[in-house]
Design a protein around this ligand. Structure first.
Ligand code: ADP
Ligand code: MG
Length: 427
């Protein structure tokens, strides 16, 4: 299978070649043809499998085939849950569309709206947006969605997790009812299906269940450790292992800052990325980390979702997430693009139940180690820690607050099968 045989045009093939892609990924192979036929598509495939190109390439093709008008209305809307994702998708739109005569812009919150408004005013064909800023600017009359022909909901599962259901509904009401709808998601839960029914018309459903993708070659390990020894242990692991690029997850923004400071004090270059950081700080932290100028990026779940950091060798859970699916997403940050990776979790007594539910979800028993001098505290309570809510500040303003629960239920089997395979591979 080649990109050419999928029916893409020369300017797109040229951009694809420039990106260095040789063959389409499984989800691209499956999703691109029905999208080119103008059908609504529901696509699910794991993180890191090339979903962005899966919708962007055919979208660019369709827009470039249709006649453009002198006054350029927004003809395609791509909605993503986070600023980082919006920026990333926009970068891809620019790259893949380099040899086409189409214009695009990206809008998200946390930064001055004026440059965004100015970009839209120039006339654009494609808008990449997060829901909040989109609704805000629409409300101000700075943009219109009345001429949207193609609507893409990217990372739909995360959208629901972040409580964007109501916003999505609002956005849908601003678009003409006759349009093509594409929905992409890493997981495929009952809630996603429900949302799909409300958005998509006679959708073609495609999924690429990974046979041999990155996640399967991730080595997972748990270090049982006393809570008050975690910082020391993580510094030891990174220093002694001489690890150069480590993504660390904490449960709270405050925890991320604190850990970051301690690492810097210990001589490890580190920066934090979370929702309380300005967009500028987040962008810089990510760029420095990708470039290798900082060794450690400390992140919270929301901030890290969807970040495209290629060939990341080490992911460390400084704390386990209380939501088991987040564990799968976190470790999906390592071993991308076929490279091997290692996912380590530091687990204290109060996280025992989290570990149990992660193992239940993944169907995998994670090997446990103890480092001398960093033994777990035998007297510590195994009572779970009270959760300081570290979800998005936007609390779900709708009936969707139960989505996480049902999410885990319906996805459990998929994950279990996947991990069984992973388990046998490792032996
Ligand atoms: P997803 O949205 O599924 O998590 P992305 O779209 O972010 O994944 O893609 C993950 C990485 O794979 C990106 O670095 C992207 O450039 C790369 N990629 C996408 N398609 C291909 C392809 N056909 N061949 C090689 N690399 C690809
Ligand atoms: Mg994606």
């Amino acid at each position: 299978m080649s990109f050419k045989s999928l029916g893409l045009s020369e300017p797109l093939l040229k951009a694809i070649a420039k990106k260095g892609y040789e063959t389409p990924s499984p989800i691209q192979t499956k999703a691109i043809p029905p999208i080119l036929e103008g059908k609504d598509v529901l696509a699910s495939a794991q993180t890191g499998t090339g979903k962005t190109a899966g919708f962007t390439l055919p979208l660019l093709y369709l827009l470039s085939e249709h006649p453009k008008e002198k006054y350029r209305p927004i003809r395609a809307l791509i909605l993503t849950p986070t600023r980082e994702l919006a920026a990333q998708v926009y970068a891809n739109v620019k790259e893949y569309g380099e040899f086409l005569n189409l214009r695009s812009a990206v809008i998200f919150g946390g930064v001055n709206q004026n440059p965004q408004v100015a970009a839209i005013r120039q006339g654009i064909d494609i808008l990449v947006a997060t829901p909040g800023r989109l609704l805000d600017l629409e409300n101000q009359g700075a943009l219109s969605l009345k001429r949207v022909e193609i609507f893409v909901l990217d990372e739909a599962d995360r959208m629901l997790d972040m409580g964007f259901l109501r916003d999505i509904e609002r956005v849908m009401n601003l678009m003409p009812s006759k349009r093509q709808n594409l929905m992409f998601s890493a997981t495929f839960s009952k809630d996603i299906k429900k949302l799909a029914y409300s958005i998509l018309k006679n959708p073609v459903q495609v999924d690429a269940t990974p046979e041999n993708t990155a996640v399967e070659i991730i080595e997972q390990r748990v270090y049982r450790v006393a809570k008050n020894k975690k910082t020391e242990l993580i510094i030891k692991l990174i220093s002694e292992g001489n690890w150069k690029q480590v993504l660390v997850f904490t449960r709270t923004k405050h925890g991320a800052n604190k850990l970051c400071k301690k690492m810097v004090n210990a001589g490890i270059t580190a920066s934090a990325i979370h929702g309380n950081k300005s967009q500028g700080a987040r962008t810089k932290a990510l760029a420095d980390f990708k470039r290798g100028t900082t060794r450690v990026l400390v992140a919270t779940d929301i901030a890290a979702r969807g970040l495209d950091i290629p060939l990341l060798p080490h992911v460390i859970n400084f704390e386990l997430p209380n939501i088991s699916e987040d564990y799968v997403h976190r470790i999906g940050r390592t071993g991308r693009a076929g490279a091997s990776g290692e996912a380590i979790s530091l687990v204290s007594a109060d996280e025992t139940t989290y570990l149990q539910s992660i193992e239940k979800l993944t169907g995998l028993q994670i090997p446990v180690e103890i480092v001398e001098g960093f033994e777990p505290d035998p007297n510590a309570s195994t009572e779970p820690i009270k959760q300081g809510q570290n979800r998005s500040k936007r609390q779900p303003r709708n009936s969707n607050s139960s989505s996480r629960k049902s999410n885990s239920g319906s996805h459990r089997n998929d994950n279990r099968n996947r991990n069984r395979r992973r388990n046998t591979n490792r032996r």
